[in-house]
Write a protein that binds this ligand. Structure first.
Ligand SMILES: [Zn+2]
Length: 147
């Protein structure tokens, strides 16, 4: 089944990637303009997920061994799930949301364990967003994606 016909992708509703590609027919496999615009949307979504939708309780209790009101795994899964949802919604590709879910949790646990600084943590998150943008544009450039 083509990814754009996947029920999850259709349920996402607004697919910014599709809109950008439809506005620019004949785009290349690596359309840097589309990838950069998608990266900007993902970066904006990152701030919504990591700051706007993450309260103090979640920020503390998602760390291993720090769960008080719920076990830390639930807090971490919920935080990663919010980011996963935003990535799936923006790209229209639920599998990229799943990849974000897994890597976001791993990067956050590394920060909880003081293996990375705030700067390193955020840098890794933005590197993931750049990767998702290029993968999404490459996938969308395949024949059959838009038609
Ligand atoms: Zn986070």
């Amino acid at each position: 089944m083509p990814l754009d016909r996947h029920p999850g992708a259709q349920a996402a509703g607004i697919n910014w990637l599709r809109l950008m590609c439809l506005r620019r027919p004949g785009h290349d496999l690596l359309d840097f303009s589309a990838a950069f615009n998608l990266f900007l949307l993902l970066a904006m979504g990152h701030f919504v997920g990591d700051f706007g939708l993450q309260g103090d309780k979640m920020a503390c209790e998602k760390c291993p061994g720090c769960g008080r009101t719920l076990s830390w795994q639930w807090w971490l899964a919920a935080h990663g799930g919010i980011h996963a949802f935003l990535v799936a919604l923006i790209t229209g590709i639920p599998l990229l949301g799943l990849a974000e879910w897994i890597l976001h949790m791993a990067i956050d646990v590394a920060k909880c364990r003081k293996l990375s600084s705030m700067r390193m943590d955020q840098g890794l998150h933005f590197a993931c967003k750049a990767l998702w943008a290029f993968v999404a544009v490459a996938v969308a450039s395949q024949p059959g994606w838009l038609h």
